[in-house]
Design a binder for this molecule. Structure first.
Ligand code: NAP
Length: 227
């Protein structure tokens, strides 16, 4: 059974990934709160990635880093600490995790790392300066680490548009906002966590053996099309 560490499997997209993987993999979940999944294939470690030491895990074949932020404000209202905090959770946390588990991943079976960006790295949108800066750094990491770890460890990112999770709840607070969000996207939909989880599961699997250094836009058309 392959062994995968998920940072942030208690909620949202990470939780959907954990749900899918726990049927066929052993999953080590690392988050501040425990996931509500009664499976003997899941080991939970309570840890705040910003302040705590990561737990020891002996063997790993894959790593998914989910913590992130959606901190949307006009740049005049974004404090420098907003930029620093977004960089810490999106970038430094991912680097800390990769550094910690690199020895185990190097010894893993066809190991794969999955990080998360956002459509806001490619599509300029007002009020996204801080998150766009941090997630663009994540995309830089994917390129650099993908090259550094080739041919042993594959590194990719998923860049989702709005996904129906707690993190995006402010963007989807009522029927009108939900309708507007659907209408903004050329495919007339936004994402649910399960479909993002399916892409992550693919990238962790041997079916994605030829992909590294890639950012997979799950954009429902919003970056790709002007209709
Ligand atoms: N949702 C969207 O619309 C959207 C759009 C574009 C990109 N993304 C990106 O996709 C990724 C997943 O998003 P999501 O919506 O699933 O997020 P979410 O619902 O906020 O879930 C984040 C997960 O990370 C964990 N986490 C957060 N801070 C942590 C910390 N300091 N230490 C340890 N664990 C921590 C949380 O667990 P605990 O609270 O239990 O610690 C939770 O399990 C993020 O990188 C996000 O930026 C999301």
């Amino acid at each position: 059974m392959r062994k995968i560490a998920i940072i942030g499997g208690s909620k949202g997209i990470g939780n959907a990934i954990l749900n899918e993987l726990s049927e066929t993999h052993h999953v080590f979940n690392i988050s501040r709160t425990a996931p509500d999944i009664p499976s003997s294939n899941v080991t939970h470690h309570s840890c705040d990635i910003l302040t705590d030491n990561l737990p020891e895990i002996e063997e790993l074949d894959g790593l998914v880093y989910c913590p992130g932020s959606i901190n949307l404000k006009p740049v005049s209202r974004l404090h420098l600490d907003d930029f620093r905090n977004d960089f810490e959770i999106n970038v430094v946390g991912a680097v800390k995790t990769v550094q910690k588990y690199l020895p185990q991943l190097k010894k893993g079976t066809n190991p794969s790392i999955v990080l998360f960006s956002t459509v806001a790295s490619k599509l300029g949108m007002p009020f996204h300066a801080s998150v766009a800066a941090s997630k663009s750094a994540v995309e830089g990491l994917v390129k650099s680490l993908g090259a550094e770890f080739a041919p042993t460890i594959r590194v990719n990112a998923i860049a989702p548009t709005v996904t129906d999770t707690q993190l995006a709840s402010k963007l989807l607070r009522n029927e009108k906002m939900i309708e507007n969000m659907i209408e903004r996207h050329p495919l007339k939909k936004f994402l649910n966590p399960e479909e993002v989880a399916s892409t992550a599961q693919f990238l962790l699997s041997d079916k994605a053996a030829s992909f590294s250094g890639q950012v997979f836009e799950m954009d429902c058309g919003i970056v790709s099309f002007k209709i």
